[in-house]
Each structure stands twice: as structure tokens, then as C-alpha cells.
Design a protein around this ligand. Structure first.
Ligand SMILES: C[S@@+](CC[C@H](N)C(=O)[O-])C[C@H]1O[C@@H](n2cnc3c(N)ncnc32)[C@H](O)[C@@H]1O
Length: 290
């Protein structure tokens, strides 16, 4: 299997790999119910046909890979990503979870030459299509990688989750919204497909759309401790891109929020929530070319 060059699109609010691995693992831990629900939707559509071959595109640390391996017990997964560090992390987790013999990783830049893949029963692409320079080309490759009748799940988000109330009780109301607005403006240049409507892209690539499901996630207190670490990791990655773009007063309060210690830290605030909007598209390669 070819190992291609690594052309990786980080945006201002996206951390480097060690930080990214932690963020993706926390995302999977805190939002596991949403992932399991999406896997159940896929299972509903597979009918009686067993799922044996799964492809996870832009797999990161394997949130989708492991969710699908749990749901489809006879399946093996091919996990593809441009980042060797994230794939290494995924293989470690596969060993810890006792599924190493069911997972194979491939390092590939999905904007470059694709690995030769065909006969897949299910393809999963979560929060990865919007990173690609040419997602339409990738979707045509996915179409070819699937067996006729096979299913594609695309899960996408409109941005990073929100955690904080407007009034933090320590001044600077609306701080999180200002952080997001500033970074969204910058992201428009680096990630033009973030928040796209993927339905027309799927149709153009030849897929029949089975369902489009908006998912609103709103986790309220009391939250598990992992939610605080998730908020800290996301806000810290945002903080890294905000120097010089927000007032020093805003940045000082943000620093208090992401600090490990102190009463205002998101690790111990009682008013933390996790709010995010995601959409899942379920699409099928028609059994007979139409
Ligand atoms: C936001 S993460 C999502 C990871 C995982 N699918 C999940 O839901 O947790 C986006 C992933 O896409 C990968 N990626 C970005 N550009 C890529 C490219 N050109 N080729 C392959 N993978 C890419 C990144 O390395 C990262 O792992």
C-alpha cells in the first residue's frame, strides 16, 4: 500500500498532533453516545447483509473505527489518515482494546494518489472531508472503494463545540462567542468546506442519499470530569490562534479559564455545558449503476 506525502491542513484553531490526539480522544469519550447512534443508523440500513469490511477515512485516533468495530462484530477495519502520529496512537488503542487483529492502518494523503481499495461494505468519514482540498474527488474514490449497495456515512460539524455561558461571572461577557467568531473568520480561508451541505456533493459523486440527520448535542451539568478536560483542550487550541486578535482583557480571562488551577478553570466550573451541532449523511452506492 502506497505511503504518500503528508499534506495536512491545520487551521488556526487546530492543534498539532500530540494535542490533536488528546482532543480527538476526549471528543470520542464525551460524545460517544452520538457516535454509537450514528453507527446504529448504519446498522439499520445494512439489513441482513453482514458488514465485514469497513474503511475509516481521516480516522484520527480511531473514534469511528472502534465504534464501528463494536457495532459490527464480524468486521475488520482499514483506518486511513495522513498523520503517522495519529495512526500510531490508533494502533496503541487497538491493542489496548483487544482489537489489533481487526484493524489495519494506512498512511495516505487523500488529496494525493489514493491507496488501492475496493469491496468495502461501509465507509465512514467523520470530520475529515472538510479538511480535503478536493472532497468531490475523494467522494468519487469512495464510490469506487465501496461494493455496489455499500454505505457511506459522512459526519460533519459546523465548528468546535461551545462550553461556556455568556456571563462568566468574571467580566468579559460573550468571550467564547468572540473567540469563535474570530477563528471562524480565519478558518474561512483555510477550511472552505467546513459547514458545507454535503448532500449535493454526494449526489454528484453518484450516491443515493438514504438520510440526512441533524444532531444537536447539549450536555448539561453534572458532567463527567472528561468534559472539563475536553473544554480545556478545545479552548487551549483556540487560544493558540488568538494572540493579537483579541483584546488583552479577553485573553487574560481566557487564560484563567484554561488554567489547570484556580477557581475559574473549566476543570472545576459548575456551569460548563457541551453544545455542538453535527449532521450525519447516510448514502448508498446504488446496487445497479443508474
Ligand atoms: C478533525 S479530525 C477527525 C478524526 C476522526 N475522523 C474523528 O472523527 O475523530 C480530521 C482528520 O483528518 C485527517 N486529515 C486531514 N487532511 C487529510 C488528508 N489530506 N488526507 C488524509 N487525512 C487527512 C487529519 O489527520 C485528522 O486525523
Amino acid at each position: 500500500m502506497a505511503h504518500q506525502s503528508h499534506r495536512h491542513h491545520h487551521s488556526a484553531s487546530e492543534p498539532g498532533e500530540p494535542h490533536m490526539a488528546a482532543l480527538l480522544d476526549l471528543d470520542a469519550e464525551v460524545l460517544h453516545a452520538h457516535l454509537s447512534e450514528a453507527a446504529a443508523w448504519l446498522a439499520d440500513l445494512t439489513g441482513d447483509v453482514p458488514v465485514r469490511r469497513i474503511l475509516d477515512l481521516g480516522c484520527g485516533t480511531g473514534a469511528g473505527t472502534f465504534t464501528l468495530l463494536r457495532r459490527f462484530e464480524e468486521a475488520e477495519a482499514l483506518a486511513v489518515d495522513a498523520s503517522p502520529q495519529l495512526l500510531h496512537h490508533l494502533r496503541d488503542r487497538a491493542r489496548d482494546l483487544g482489537v489489533a487483529d481487526r484493524v489495519r492502518t494506512v498512511e495516505a494523503d487523500l488529496d494525493a494518489a489514493w491507496p488501492a481499495i475496493d469491496g468495502m461494505d461501509v465507509v465512514w468519514a467523520s470530520a475529515s472531508l472538510h479538511h480535503l482540498a478536493d472532497p468531490d474527488r475523494a467522494l468519487r474514490e469512495v464510490f469506487t472503494a465501496l461494493r455496489p449497495g455499500g454505505l457511506l456515512a459522512v459526519a460533519e460539524l459546523d465548528g468546535l463545540p461551545r462550553f461556556l455561558p455568556d456571563d462568566l461571572g468574571i467580566g468579559r461577557p460573550g468571550l467564547e462567542a468572540r473567540c469563535r467568531a474570530t477563528l471562524t473568520h480565519r478558518q474561512a480561508g483555510t477550511l472552505p468546506h467546513l459547514g458545507a451541505d454535503w448532500g449535493p456533493h454526494l449526489s454528484r459523486a453518484g450516491f443515493a442519499i438514504e438520510a440526512e440527520r441533524p444532531v444537536t448535542i447539549a450536555l448539561e451539568p453534572p458532567l463527567p470530569r472528561s468534559a472539563g478536560r475536553y473544554a480545556q483542550t478545545v479552548l487551549s487550541s483556540m487560544r493558540a490562534g488568538l494572540d493579537g486578535l483579541l483584546s488583552t482583557d479577553d485573553l487574560s480571562v481566557l487564560d484563567l479559564l484554561i488554567d489547570d488551577d484556580g477557581p475559574e478553570s473549566v476543570l472545576r466550573r459548575g456551569d460548563l455545558t457541551v453544545r455542538t451541532e453535527r449532521t450525519v449523511w447516510l448514502a448508498r452506492r446504488p446496487a445497479v449503476a443508474g
